[in-house]
Ligand binder design. Sequence first.
Ligand code: BES
Ligand code: ZN
Ligand code: ZN
Length: 484
Amino acid sequence: MKMKILVTTQSIEKVKADLVVAIDDPKVELFETGSSPIGKALAEARKTFRKKNVHREIVRTFESQTLVVYSSTHEKVYDLHESSKIFVARALAFAADYGHSKVALLLDGANGSDYVGSATEGFVLGDYRFDKYRKEKRAHKVSVSLVCRPAELQKAERALLRYRVVSEEVNRARDLVNEPGDRVYPKTLAALARKIARAGKLGATIVSGAQLEKQGYTGLVAVGKGSLYAPCLIVLRYRPAKKSKHHLALVGKGITFDTGGISIKPAEGMWTMKGDMAGGAAVLAAMAAIAKLKPKVAVTGIIAAAENFPGPKAQRPGDIFIAKNGKSVMVDNTDAEGRLVLTDALARAGEEKATHIVDVATLTGAVVRALGTSVAGIMGNDPDLVRAVIDAGARHGEAYWELPLIAEYRELLKSPYADLNNIGGKFAGAITAGLFLQEFVPDGALWAHLDIAGPFILEKKWKYYPEGATGFGVKTFVELAESF
Ligand code: BES
Ligand code: ZN
Ligand code: ZN
């Protein structure tokens, strides 16, 4: 069930809430103090935080209400938007621990309405749990009031709506990644895409079966050969009311389970490869949000969906296939399958006439070694597009760090048997993967590649995310589309 969140302009004494939450920042005024008992307690808390910054959290109880005030002064890593989400998630845990069911967040200060969006996101993302397969579920439910100034009502409601849509779609992507590989296969993604298209009036094309072969989607066919579950290419089209000059394609790797194929992976941690479609999930979810938010730019979502399995029909190391753009590829390692299916999706982006292409993929273990789990890698052929993606992510707490597409390393992809080898050897694995993809970017298209192998799933909780899938990329994509 959806969490109830609404904006109210009533004073806090009138708002029905058993838990009142406030965030204190030395520079940004999120809440108002005033002369009520709570107002006085807030003023006192603010003074205490300012005097000795040893305090992180102050709790006061009144007759029927508990007040908890968080101080942002200790939060040196994240900006106030990001730390607000962290505090909101913490307040949700507090409410669960003490049985509060009606939470009010005070955003009635001079800058309060600027934080309605982040607060909403903190509530929706912070409340997410993937416990459908557990007997022990999180039963605690809360409803939320965001207390704002009357003059800010419209702005606040717009922010609530926008962030609610995006955050719920982030959670949809998280569900897809968290679901086991025997519940989500290429057809599942295609069915969901159709559902999203119907609900959001998007154009949809699914290429599967004999059509994949006929239309030359050789990467998908090669990778999908070993699996019982057939591969498919999914295309979703959003078009704005007024024709736009630019056309953005979001391209996602949708490997619903990556065993490695014949070049099979070791057992440890292989289960996380149920989420090797995190890029595709981010594209699907972003398209669903875009359909609702209606940005001014044309956006096409393309997902290359397949399962990478060993078996009698699986591709072998040494096999050679001719990609859609005519280049031949020797499959040195069947575990480097993401880049193979992406050759098809990139080609399709060209056929769809995209001017800007951003692909997103859990592509390499190498990027995780380079950047860890909090930051995704980004590469591209256009500095402005790369910058735009980095900025879009930064506005919502999704961090990207650019890796260079070192031209010299193109040589590492040489093969005596084909135009390209599908792996580049021991070093710079994230970069050689990027260089491989670059060979399949349609002529003239501006392109950026996001390698989200680090942050797509978490082993322990991080910021406002519990362990598990993060839905990384959805927030970036929606913001990027809106920024065009
Ligand atoms: N899906 C994996 C990459 C991956 C690894 C994602 C860890 C998330 C966490 C990808 O298909 C893969 O197996 N890549 C290989 C490439 C190698 C064979 C060149 C890798 O990174 O080891
Ligand atoms: Zn792989
Ligand atoms: Zn993979």
